[in-house]
Design a protein around this ligand. Sequence first.
Ligand SMILES: NC(=O)c1ccc[n+]([C@@H]2O[C@H](COP(=O)([O-])OP(=O)(O)OC[C@H]3O[C@@H](n4cnc5c(N)ncnc54)[C@H](OP(=O)(O)O)[C@@H]3O)[C@@H](O)[C@H]2O)c1
Length: 343
Amino acid sequence: MRAVVCRSLGPLEGLVVEERPAPVPGPGQVVVAVRAAGVNYVDGLMAQGRYQIKPPTPYVPGGEIAGEVVALGEGVAGLAPGDRVLAITGLGAFAEQVALPAASVHPVPEGLGLGQAASCVQSYATMLFALTRRTTLAAGEHLLVLGAGGGIGLAAVDVARALGAEVVAAASSPDKRAAALAMGAYAAIAYEEEDLKTRARELAGGELDVVVDPVGGHHSEPALRALGPFGRFLVIGFASGPIASVPLNQVLLRNRSVIGVDWGAWAFADMAANRILVGEVLAMLAAGRLHPVVPAELPLEAAPDAMRALIERGVTGKVVLVPSAEAPGDAGQGALSARRSAR
Ligand SMILES: NC(=O)c1ccc[n+]([C@@H]2O[C@H](COP(=O)([O-])OP(=O)(O)OC[C@H]3O[C@@H](n4cnc5c(N)ncnc54)[C@H](OP(=O)(O)O)[C@@H]3O)[C@@H](O)[C@H]2O)c1
């Protein structure tokens, strides 16, 4: 089978598609034929050696998949060949097939395409964790989402709307702002051109309750300053590169809180709790309460392009790699701009 291989951490051009032995399911495992593998910002950082986790090389990158079960190991019950499943794989997703513990795969909710299923769970689990475990977002609260046209940003808008909150989106391009508005934000700020703090307060008709920040850099401080009494600032990531230093008086004033969100570490440390969280995401998807974007599709050979496009800010929504000729059938070929699903 074909797989994307990272032989040594460094430039993304070093990633190659290689022939590898097809996986054989061990006891308690299933083999899944990957129809789509979600590409996340972190995949590119990891392959470049710029992430806190540095996998031993060579390794196959990619952390989430959707596809069909093709083989069952000894002792596996409740799954059958042909079942449509999704999984968080950790690594190894950018391949035609993966072997996984049966306990780690979930049925794809009815109505969800395999491309959507392969590209939404990491972002949505992160945001449900952030908005229900690290803080509790209440219906009617006003939330500001930075980088709102990216993977985490759109998931933040969608989860917040499902929880009954009102969302102001901030993004750099008209495309990304349009995607956030289509996801349910009531207003959007061109945060590279407008004054983020002033505009966010104007649009919210007062101060904000919660900020979701996956971007960092020079946007963090004005977003923090836009928060009202007991406002919560959720630190999700630093996609722009620099990690902001904020004056602590801005946390003291108005009794604000700055809250770190590390879904991956929590999920690894408390797998049972994470299973409950992922179950909640899947139930919300099945009930039509969440609306993940339909991702752009690229072939395995385009893994470096997909990772580079994310790192260089060039993706609206999500992108998946499609390893075989049999596409997931819910996405557009080639373009690095996802389509919104029906709300
Ligand atoms: N804490 C956690 O548990 C957790 C979980 C998952 C992901 N993350 C982190 O969250 C961050 C966002 O992930 P994502 O999947 O949403 O990525 P993404 O889809 O690439 O979106 C990131 C957004 O950041 C903005 N951005 C601003 N300056 C940028 C720059 N110089 N380069 C790239 N992007 C820039 C872009 O929006 P504009 O163009 O509109 O500015 C972009 O759309 C990453 O740092 C990731 O590692 C954290």
